[in-house]
Design a protein around this ligand. Structure first.
Ligand code: AMP
Length: 421
């Protein structure tokens, strides 16, 4: 299968070729023809599968003669970084076309954004919050949208953007086409899909919630207080050139940064408390190779698009099992090999089981010599766990109590033959 066979025009196939893409990925092969037929889609495509090109190439093809007369495409994505990445990709794909895109995200001057809107744009790429703000000021802004894309819908919902999506959706014209992309198939996403999709075509590019096949996954059992040392040891002893390390909280991200620095590693951190400018700077330094280790929390990591990242370490497992899929999706992108290592302490033994259920596969477990967990260490919260388990145990079904109304019939029952036996 080639991009040309998918029906894409030469200015697009040339641009793709210049980017080094040889053939379409699975999601591109399956989604592009359906999008061209103007049908709604509900695609479960993970990060790194090439979904950005899957939705943007047909958009560019359709809007190429629009001349920024009115805005025809709207792409919503959960974070600023992800929006920036989408716009960069689109600019590359559209380099031989005359298409104007506009980024509507916080942290950019709102007056400049308004000016660009007045001048005319073909496609808006926005975070839900800023889109609502703009649409409230300019009620006609979305009245000509032909294609509405919800990228990383599951993440948008996890971040609480459902209200914004519900505000934006009625502002779109009735007959628009909607393309919903989600890494996972959560109940929340399914509920949203019922609200915004019209007879969608389902595209499932991989097993439900499964991780990308090319990723080699591994979990090492280790004591909590030795995690940072093990992390440094793995990076050093295995000569990881660059690695993305995930923590559960901002505090442990900062702690880990300090610890890894003590080991002489060049480390950067991105989390919610860092300013946007700081996050972008750190990301650039990481992309340029000035930083070897990037420590990130889940939310801050969304939208990171780092080419050929071979290693991901889960310093702590995520609170939501689905986030594991997002995290490890940072490696093994577009068919490349990747390795995802999780450091598991005694408190995470059950969390990894939940993750295995979500991804539908077992993650091999091992110990690293010199970092074996101390068998005498017991969970401090065993009582709490016991209580939780008790709580989880299915209650024996009690026969439902029957409440008879004191009717004459009840009174009569007492006098039936059976009762009298
Ligand atoms: P995405 O899932 O859209 O974030 O894409 C992940 C990465 O794969 C990006 O770096 C894209 O540039 C790259 N990519 C997308 N489509 C292809 C393709 N057909 N061949 C090779 N790389 C691709």
């Amino acid at each position: 299968m080639s991009f040309k066979k998918l029906g894409l025009i030469e200015p697009l196939t040339n641009a793709i070729k210049e980017m080094g893409y040889e053939k379409p990925t699975t999601i591109q092969q399956r989604a592009i023809p359906i999008i061209m037929q103007k049908k709604d889609i509900f695609a479960t495509a993970q990060t790194g599968t090439g979904k950005t090109a899957a939705f943007s190439l047909p958009m560019l093809q359709r809007f190429r003669k629009n001349g920024a007369n009115n805005t025809k495409g709207l792409i919503l994505s959960p974070t600023r970084e992800l929006c920036v990445q989408i716009q960069n990709d689109i600019k590359n794909y559209a380099k031989h076309l005359n298409i104007k895109t506009l980024l509507l995200v916080s942290g950019k001057d709102i007056n400049t954004q308004r000016k660009h809107i007045r001048e005319g744009v073909d496609i808006i790429i926005a975070t839900p919050g800023r889109m609502v703000e703009m649409a409230e000021q300019n009620t006609n802004l979305l009245s000509n949208i032909e294609i509405f894309v919800l990228d990383e819908a599951d993440r948008m919902l996890d971040m609480g953007f459902v209200k914004e999506i519900r505000k934006i959706h009625p502002l779109l014209p009735k007959n628009h086409q909607t393309l919903l992309f989600s890494a996972t198939f959560s109940d929340k996403v399914r509920k949203l899909s019922k609200l915004i999709l019209n007879k969608p075509i389902f595209i499932e590019t991989s097993k439900k919630n499964s991780t990308v096949d090319t990723i080699n996954q591994m979990a090492y059992m280790v004591d909590t207080d030795k995690k940072a040392a093990l992390c440094a040891y793995l990076i050093g002893s295995r000569n990881f050139e660059q690695v993305l390390v995930f923590t559960k909280t901002k505090q442990s991200a900062d702690f880990l940064q300090d610890e890894l620095k003590k080991d002489g590693l060049k480390v950067g951190v991105i989390h919610g408390d860092k300013t946007k400018a700081n996050r972008l700077k750190t990301l650039t330094q990481f992309r340029e190779g000035q930083i070897k280790v990037l420590v990130a929390t889940d939310i801050a990591s969304r939208g990171l698009d780092i080419e050929e990242l071979p290693y991901v370490i889960n310093y702590e497992l995520p609170s939501l099992s689905e986030d594991y899929v997002h995290r490890v999706g940072r490696t093994g992108r577009a068919g490349r090999k990747g390795e995802a290592i999780s450091l598991i302490d005694i408190y995470e033994k059950y969390d990894i089981k939940d993750i295995e259920k979500v991804i539908g596969q077992k993650i091999p477990k091992d110990v690293v010599k010199g970092f074996e967990p101390d068998p005498t260490i017991r969970r401090k919260d065993t009582e709490e766990i016991k209580l939780k388990n008790e709580h989880k145990k299915p209650q024996k079904k009690q026969p439902a109590k029957k409440h008879y109304k004191k009717t004459t019939q009840t009174k009569r029952r007492k006098t039936t033959k059976r009762d009298g036996k």
